[in-house]
Design a protein around this ligand. Structure first.
Ligand code: PLP
Length: 463
């Protein structure tokens, strides 16, 4: 198809419609290393390559849309987190961000632990050989069957989320003749998202047991009284895509206060605290995430300081990054289809996927960036909205971004930082076939989750 089959779209200089976007980058061909995985670069022809393989070849072999996961980057991030926290702390990868058997093997090899929150995630973890004692089981409504399986498998910890669950897990553990290691998830009254955190009034949600009103202290009392439970500590998870450590500061202080109360009341120093996940990544050039070693130092300083003040032995810390490990390691590759310039507004660029492979923009108003990756272009920047092919006007992948004005159907564009909560939240809306996840490393690409087929759809539809 001709590269100029459509009239030129509105230029950024002509119109500034409503939206949240910065000025276009000086060079639209430049790849900001903050948002792309580590082995991504452009080859001599200008095509993007990952793990040494050009996207045109990847598109030809695996089709589009598809997620390409940079395995060496994933492993490097695992090591960076493990090294930063060192031997006196534990890093649990939050499997809900993205889990597959290959990922479980990488985590096992790189020495990380794993959070699961459903029977399906537990099955995947165990099947791929994650030792059960390195698995933590989460969730606000674990079924009795799930608890049975987790206890039976010997998971390292179950994070208790309600008074009813304290009793349920204790009974099941007793029936299995074991003392199940557990933590109690508390809500500390802090909610953090991106650059803001709110330190009060966030008990009104489904997770955890509130510190306020002595609820959490009562939960500890009950857990300590039950033979089936070995209470190892307290857990707090305050939000997602957090850059500001102030929320963790408040959370750690309140959790340590609870540990001090427990010591005073029961004469027991609980040995562990889990500060959860939620650490932010760069989706666009405007985001400035911290490195794991900075995060580790900040958290350990906070906990040490609070424990000294409370005259407590410093507990072992665990953290649960999901997004911060897998998010930056993958991009979604799309083929450009229909291009629709709306005069005075922006140009709508339709791709061959959409909200079925990335629901985050529709769900959370998430921001992403996008680049033309099958070639470079010297054309001027055009304000675009990248949309999918679904029957829903909220089917937006990238709300506001700039692409070269000579963009044409058949071009490949890529959305970086889609490793977390994209494939794991993918749907079959409009009977879309969920895209594959292809791991790329050292010049080799292999499918780790295959593309869904129409036969898969028909197999589930039993008539
Ligand atoms: C979702 C979740 C995480 C991971 O959050 P990220 O934002 O992916 O780091 C960690 N712990 C718990 C309990 C969670 O629910």
């Amino acid at each position: 198809m001709s590269r100029s089959a459509h009239p030129a779209g509105p230029r950024h200089a002509d119109v500034l419609p409503e939206g949240h976007y910065s000025a276009p980058a000086a060079d639209l061909n430049a790849l900001d290393e903050k948002v792309w995985s580590r082995t991504v670069t452009r080859d001599a022809d200008g095509a993007l390559t990952v793990g040494g393989i050009a996207v045109a070849r990847l598109a030809e072999e695996f089709g589009t849309p598809a997620y390409f996961l940079d395995e060496s980057d994933f492993r490097a991030r695992c090591r960076a987190w493990a090294d930063a926290f060192g031997p006196d702390a534990d890093v649990f990868y939050a499997g809900k961000a993205f889990l597959s058997r290959a990922v479980v093997r990488w985590l096992t090899e790189e020495g990380l632990n794993l959070d699961v929150c459903s029977g399906g995630e537990l099955t995947t973890a165990l099947d791929a050989g994650m030792p059960a004692e390195r698995i933590a089981f989460h969730g606000n409504n674990k079924t009795v069957a799930e608890i049975e399986r987790a206890v039976g498998a010997g998971v390292g910890r179950i994070v208790l989320d309600s008074f009813q669950e304290i009793v349920r897990v204790a009974h099941i553990a007793q029936r299995h003749g074991i003392r199940q290691r557990v933590q109690i998830r508390v809500t500390v009254g802090v909610e953090a998202h991106t650059h803001e955190f709110i330190a009060t009034a966030h008990e009104d949600q489904k997770f955890g047991i509130a510190l306020a009103d002595g609820q959490a202290a009562e939960a500890v009392r009950r857990a300590l009284s039950l033979d089936g439970l070995d209470l190892i500590g307290v857990h707090s998870h305050i939000g997602s895509q957090i850059f500001d450590m102030a929320g963790f500061e408040v959370s750690a202080r309140r959790v340590v206060q609870l540990l001090a109360e427990v010591r005073d009341e029961h004469g027991v120093e609980l040995p562990e605290i889990d500060l959860g996940g939620g650490l932010g990544i760069a989706y666009t050039s405007d985001d400035d995430p911290r490195e794991p070693h900075e995060i580790a130092k900040a958290l350990s300083d906070i906990v040490t300081r609070e424990c000294e003040a409370a005259k407590l032995r410093t507990p072992r810390i665990s953290v649960e990054p999901g997004r911060a490990i897998v998010g930056p390691t993958a991009f979604t590759l799309y083929e450009v289809g229909t291009i629709k310039p709306l005069e005075g507004l922006r140009t709508y660029v339709s791709v061959d996927g959409g909200m079925s492979d990335n629901i985050r923009t529709a769900l959370y108003d998430a921001e992403y960036s996008v680049a033309l990756v099958s070639r470079t272009s010297d054309a001027e920047p055009m304000l675009v909205r990248v949309v999918g092919k679904h029957c829903e006007s909220g089917d937006i992948v990238v709300k506001d971004a700039f692409l070269p004005a000579d963009l044409a159907p058949g071009d490949l564009i890529a959305v970086p930082a889609t490793g977390a909560y994209c494939r794991s939240m993918a749907s079959n809306y409009n009977h879309a076939l969920r895209p594959p996840v292809v791991a790329v490393r050292d010049g080799e690409a292999r499918v780790i989750v295959r593309r869904e087929t129409e036969e898969d759809l028909l197999r589930l539809d039993v008539g």
